[in-house]
Design a protein around this ligand. Structure first.
Ligand code: SAH
Ligand code: SF4
Ligand code: F3S
Length: 461
């Protein structure tokens, strides 16, 4: 645990996990975690590795070297359970050779499917939910000690969200969870069922984490939650207050956050961003999902097309150099061609530099999955392709403006050939030539070639 945390700020759950830890359980054993899904899952994998290292497991780079394999699976779209079974299937020969190999499934699929996974695929030894990660060392110890199947996928509804960020190597840019769960119940989305009710971390815990990560080399933090704008600290502080404190009361150089929800994106937040522009990046990921207000209503998104556009226009007044990305779903139940056209026109009108677009996929427990009028796969596919075509043409033109500009790039890594990778405040991936000593520095880079997803440039000496 990090010494910089005072005892009252330390993570109760980690302390409990450590006290009950069988320190020998990992001795001589390798662990491999296979990770799918969003940054939440990536961060959860870090937490699993950190906890299992405390139990003396060795982290190994391939499943072949492991005595413990964990699949940290995502359930957001398309046949996620099937993906888990097919991955487990690839471990059959390894399990035949070594019956002591243990296989576990966690993440949103573990939470969603619970014991069903073991019933259908007996090669799986244990299943744990998104709220049971701190119990992982104990679960694993029991699995190895007793050879029994274990399922632990209950939400700890009453437990406060008091954790300490656990990452093995924060690097230059790192993520800090500020909320977990989601209470929005968008009708297409499984997350409220796989991540449970929304909870926020106390503001001082987040600040302590950021300060500790800076001591470990971090220059940039991304504050993370399914809907960061609905953050509410126990002392009543909201997301804008938190962002301002991270900017003003820590030495972090850059701050990003994701994901924000348009319905909760308020003027106070825009004001804080504008006031702290040196630290808070001018890049915002603001999913709009559909450009048509009838579909938005069916999605239970809580805003109309016009309200979304009005917020963007207001944001641009506060932050004139604002860069936007978004998430879009095509083929939501009942979406007509004309309604899809509204999505296309929205992409053009707002001029998103980056889009993440998906075909609607029916998810368990959700209202939209039960709606009539499901759109045919071929139609969804065709709409998605048209959307990407329209965006690509626009994005190539939009990013040309960066050619000749000098951007401030925070260097994340340099390979042995001197190829440097970093990101600009606009969240553009920039590649140029330089020395390893640049890692962790923010340097001016003149852009020579700009593409929608990456750019080439030259270091300004
Ligand atoms: N909390 C974030 C989104 C998390 S899920 C938000 O509200 O913006 C990431 C993206 O996956 C969503 O923005 C949505 O575009 C997509 N998505 C979620 N459920 C989906 C589904 N059932 N089918 C297709 N795409 C989906
Ligand atoms: Fe899902 Fe909506 Fe919550 Fe995002 S805000 S996680 S899309 S329910
Ligand atoms: Fe997937 Fe769960 Fe994230 S469903 S997108 S891993 S919150």
């Amino acid at each position: 645990m990090n010494e910089n945390l005072t005892p009252s700020e330390s993570n109760d759950a980690v302390t409990i996990a450590r006290n009950h830890l069988n320190q020998d359980i990992g001795l001589g054993r390798g662990v491999y975690v296979s990770t799918y899904g969003c940054q939440m899952n990536v961060n959860d994998t870090e937490r699993m590795y950190s906890l299992l290292e405390m139990a003396n497991f060795t982290i190994v780079p391939t499943p072949e070297e492991a005595s413990l394999i964990i699949i940290n699976a995502c359930s957001i779209r398309e046949k996620p359970v099937h993906k888990v079974y097919s991955e487990v299937g690839t471990y059959r020969k390894m399990k035949d050779k070594n019956p002591n190999l243990k296989i576990g499934v966690g993440g949103c699929v573990g939470q969603q499917e619970k014991e069903n996974l073991i019933k259908k695929q007996p090669m799986i030894d244990f299943v744990f939910g998104t709220d049971n990660i701190d119990a992982l060392p104990q679960i694993v110890a029991d699995v190895f000690d007793t050879n029994k199947k274990i399922v632990n996928a209950k939400f700890e509804h009453r437990a406060p969200y008091h954790i300490e960020t656990l990452v093995r190597n924060p690097g230059v840019s790192t993520f800090v969870n500020i909320t977990k769960g989601c209470d929005n119940f968008c009708t297409f989305c499984v997350v409220p069922y796989t991540r449970g009710r929304e909870k926020s971390r106390p503001i001082n815990h987040v600040l302590t984490d950021v300060r500790n990560l800076i001591l470990r080399g971090a220059k940039e933090v991304t504050l993370l939650g399914q809907n960061v704008n609905s953050y509410k600290s126990e002392d009543g502080s909201d997301f804008a207050d938190l962002l301002e404190k991270v900017a003003k009361e820590t030495d972090i150089q850059r701050i990003r956050y994701t994901t924000s929800h348009p319905k909760d994106f308020n003027e106070k937040l825009m004001h804080v961003m504008a006031d702290n522009q040196i630290k808070i990046c001018e890049y915002v990921h603001l999913p709009f999902q559909s450009g048509n207000s009838r579909i938005l209503n069916l999605m239970n998104r809580g805003y109309t097309r016009e309200e979304y556009i009005a917020k963007i226009n207001l944001m641009k007044k506060y932050i004139p150099n604002l860069v936007l990305s978004t998430d879009i779903i095509v083929g939501f139940p009942g979406e007509t061609e004309a309604e899809f056209q509204d999505t296309l026109s929205m992409v053009k009108e707002v001029e998103f530099e980056t889009i993440f677009a998906f075909m609607y996929s029916p998810r368990p427990f959700t209202k939209a999955a039960k709606m009539g009028d499901q759109v045919e796969e071929a139609v969804k596919n065709e709409r998605l392709n048209r959307l990407f075509d329209v965006h690509e043409e626009m994005a190539f033109k939009l990013v040309k403006k960066y050619e000749g500009q000098t951007l401030n790039v925070l260097v994340e890594n340099v390979n042995e050939n001197g190829k440097v990778f970093g990101r600009s405040t606009q969240n553009k991936s920039v590649h140029f030539l330089g020395s390893p000593s640049l890692v962790g520095q923010t340097v001016p880079v003149k852009i020579t070639q700009a593409f929608p997803n990456n750019m080439r440039g030259e270091l300004v000496q």
